[in-house]
Design a protein around this ligand. Structure first.
Ligand code: GLP
Length: 248
């Protein structure tokens, strides 16, 4: 069976970032009021640097765009240095002409995680749904903070983070995995699959095994990324290292 997704492979992470930034800039030209879903993590750092470079050159316009980030730590305020809200401000929002009122984010300091999840789902609906969702992937196959589990929650919800996920986010908290919040809010897989188109980006050898399973394996809650096989418009953009276990 041919893979359900379109797969593009580039020589390195920088070429991946350039390609993806060009696609986003193109989507914004076609639809200035684009609703864009965004990830955090190390992978999109080069993408955000490339978007900042394009913005400085006047080659990308975010002025009418709306963004929704995938996830946020629960139990810290948006202004905490380790929050994903702060991460996005540092690496993207400070460098592009986005209107702050159109930056949508899960609030990690919300008193009720359930109410915050409902608010976010409603905000996505009211914005007309996500046009283009950019995704990274955790090395265990998680998407957003949808961790491998016996069952997945469809919609935006509270998650307990796995020790490996806390470890891989430790950098944001002074390098101490124990300082990483134990819980997070995340869009659910159904929220993500509602996006009109999806681009998953993975770079580096560390992602090769989960990329291979995502592309060729069966759909399993133990590999949340495998649910992307149910979507009709998914692009997977890889560098050669992340593609190294694929036999296409
Ligand atoms: C975090 C984020 C995910 C991201 C993943 C991979 O856990 N919640 O959205 O895809 O990390 O991160 P990296 O790109 O650093 O490997």
């Amino acid at each position: 069976m041919p893979p359900a997704h379109r797969i593009s492979i580039f020589p390195g992470a920088q070429a991946v970032a350039r390609e993806l930034a060009a696609r986003i800039a193109h989507s914004l030209r076609k639809k200035p009021a684009l609703v864009l879903g965004l990830p955090t993590g190390r992978t999109p750092l080069l993408l955000y640097a490339e978007l900042a470079r394009l913005a400085a050159a006047g080659a990308v316009d975010f002025s009418a765009a709306t963004t929704f980030n995938l996830d946020e730590f629960y139990g810290i305020s948006p202004s905490h240095r380790g929050s994903y809200r702060s991460f996005m401000q540092r690496y993207l929002f400070d460098h592009v002409n986005i209107d702050g009122d159109r930056v949508q984010f899960l609030d990690g300091s919300a008193a009720s995680a359930a109410d915050e999840g409902c608010r976010y789902e409603k905000a996505i609906d009211e914005a007309g749904g996500i046009d283009l969702q950019i995704l990274g992937i955790g090395s265990n196959g998680h998407i957003g903070f949808n961790e491998p589990a016996a069952a997945l929650e469809a919609r935006t919800h509270l998650v307990t983070l796995k020790p490996e996920t806390r470890r891989s986010n430790a950098e944001l908290f002074g390098g101490d995995p124990e300082a990483v919040p134990t819980q997070a809010l995340s869009m659910g897989m159904a929220t993500i699959l509602d996006a009109r188109s999806i681009v998953l980006v993975a770079t580096g050898e560390r992602k090769a095994a989960c990329v291979e399973k995502l592309v060729t394996g069966s759909i399993s809650t133990q590999l949340p990324a495998s649910f992307l096989q149910l979507h009709g418009d998914v692009d997977i953009i890889l560098d050669e290292a992340a593609a190294s276990k694929l036999t296409l």
